[in-house]
Every structure is written in structure tokens, then in C-alpha cells.
Design a protein around this ligand. Structure first.
Ligand SMILES: N[C@@H](CCC(=O)N[C@@H](CS)C(=O)NCC(=O)O)C(=O)O
Length: 211
């Protein structure tokens, strides 16, 4: 049995859950709230010393860092392949994952979504300066993804891959903001891909209990 430690509100945890569901791997989500007062339980730091979610346990084997977890899910279990066979498409998939980790997460999720949606929902005001300065980088990210995305179907074409599982949670949050909705309207491939992916059962099954 696979145990995935984390919280349903986390985009990174959702990426791993999407891959597990799309691969058809039975698993349990073990709740860890990294934003609880005092941080995650000390015992969790043995699984993830940086205090981030998710972490995965498969028997005696433990793993953290979502990109590694995604590859493990695909390579350790039977089920539909979630990585392309050709070197070019495999490299393209790695490029998507890297763009999402290194550029998109902070800008789209923290600088825009958290400021525009999460903070006001909790009664705090949005940092408009932070949002305004994130818009240029956000435009670059969306244009880059649009340039790399396949014309039709999944991000790499006919095959659903780890790139889709990793991109969808971040892009879905970004789309909920006015700024994200506006930028995505200028990226027709990304918009139609996101609309299509959000219709998948794996996506509704991993919907956070409270948004
Ligand atoms: N490099 C980590 C990043 C994971 C990550 O940043 N997760 C967020 C939740 S979406 C987190 O744990 N944040 C807690 C914090 O930053 O204190 C990975 O790939 O797994």
C-alpha cells in the first residue's frame, strides 16, 4: 500500500494524487498540515526534512520531492505509461516539470492566487504590489507553456503524462484569479487543455475539501 503524506489543499500533493489515480495505484492520503501552528509534526521531518508536502511511503521505501515521486509512481507500478517513450517528448516532459517547479509555482500560486483569493478569503488584504510585479513573469510563464504545449489533447499530445498531472493543479488555481483568467484567454492551447483536464474524474476526485 502506498501512503502519501500531505494535505488536499496542496498543489504538489494533488499532482502526486493525480498521477496515482491516473496510473490506477491504490493509496491512502495521510493528513499532514504544513501550515498548522507550530508546523508539521516533528516525526514528519524524518520523512521530509524540509517540512514540505508531499512525501511518499511504499513499504520500507520513502521518497520526497514531487518530480521524483511522480516518476516513481510511473515506473514502479503497472498501469498506463505516464512518460513518453521518445527522448524528445521525455525531455519535453522534464522541461514542463522544471518550468512548473522553478517559475510557475511561486508566481502563479503564491504571488497571484494566494494574494488574490486565499488572503482576502481569510480576511487579509491582497498585496497589490506583489500581484502587480508578478504579472510580467506570469505572462512569460503562460506564453512559454503555450509555446511548448501540443496543439490538441494533452500537453504532449495524445498521451496523458506527468506533465499534465503536475501542471493542472497550479494552472487551475491560477485560472480562478481575474489576472489568471485574462492571461489564459490569450493562450488557447493551455485554456482548452485546462478545461479538458478539469473534466477528468481524477481531477474531481482530488478536489480539495475546502478550496
Ligand atoms: N520541492 C517540493 C515542494 C513542495 C512544496 O512546496 N509544497 C508546499 C505545499 S504546495 C509546502 O509544503 N509548503 C510548506 C511551506 O513552504 O512551508 C516538492 O517538489 O515536493
Amino acid at each position: 500500500m502506498i501512503e502519501l503524506y500531505g494535505a488536499d489543499y496542496s498543489v504538489y500533493v494533488r499532482s502526486a494524487r493525480l498521477a496515482l489515480i491516473e496510473k490506477g495505484v491504490a493509496h491512502e492520503l495521510r493528513p499532514i498540515d504544513v501550515f498548522a501552528a507550530g508546523g508539521p509534526p516533528a516525526s514528519y521531518l524524518e520523512l521530509q526534512p524540509f517540512g514540505k508536502i508531499p512525501a511518499l511511503k511504499h513499504g520500507d521505501f520513502t521518497l520526497y520531492e514531487t518530480a521524483a515521486i511522480l516518476r516513481y509512481i510511473d515506473e514502479a507500478f503497472d498501469g498506463p505509461p505516464l512518460q513518453p517513450g521518445s527522448p524528445q517528448l521525455r525531455a519535453r516532459m522534464a522541461q514542463f516539470l522544471s518550468i512548473l517547479d522553478n517559475y510557475a509555482y511561486k508566481t502563479l500560486v503564491w504571488d497571484i492566487y494566494v494574494e488574490r483569493v486565499s488572503k482576502p478569503r481569510e480576511g487579509a488584504s491582497a498585496d497589490e504590489v506583489k500581484i502587480a510585479s508578478a504579472l510580467g513573469p506570469a505572462r512569460t510563464i503562460i506564453q512559454a507553456l503555450e509555446t511548448l504545449a501540443a496543439d490538441d489533447g494533452f500537453l504532449l499530445g495524445d498521451q496523458l503524462t506527468l506533465a499534465d498531472c503536475h501542471a493542472a493543479p497550479m494552472l487551475a488555481l491560477f485560472e480562478k484569479t481575474d489576472e489568471g483568467g485574462f492571461l489564459l484567454r490569450s493562450a488557447p492551447r493551455m485554456s482548452s487543455w485546462l478545461g479538458m483536464f478539469q473534466e477528468r474524474r481524477s481531477f474531481s476526485q482530488t478536489e480539495p475539501a475546502s478550496p
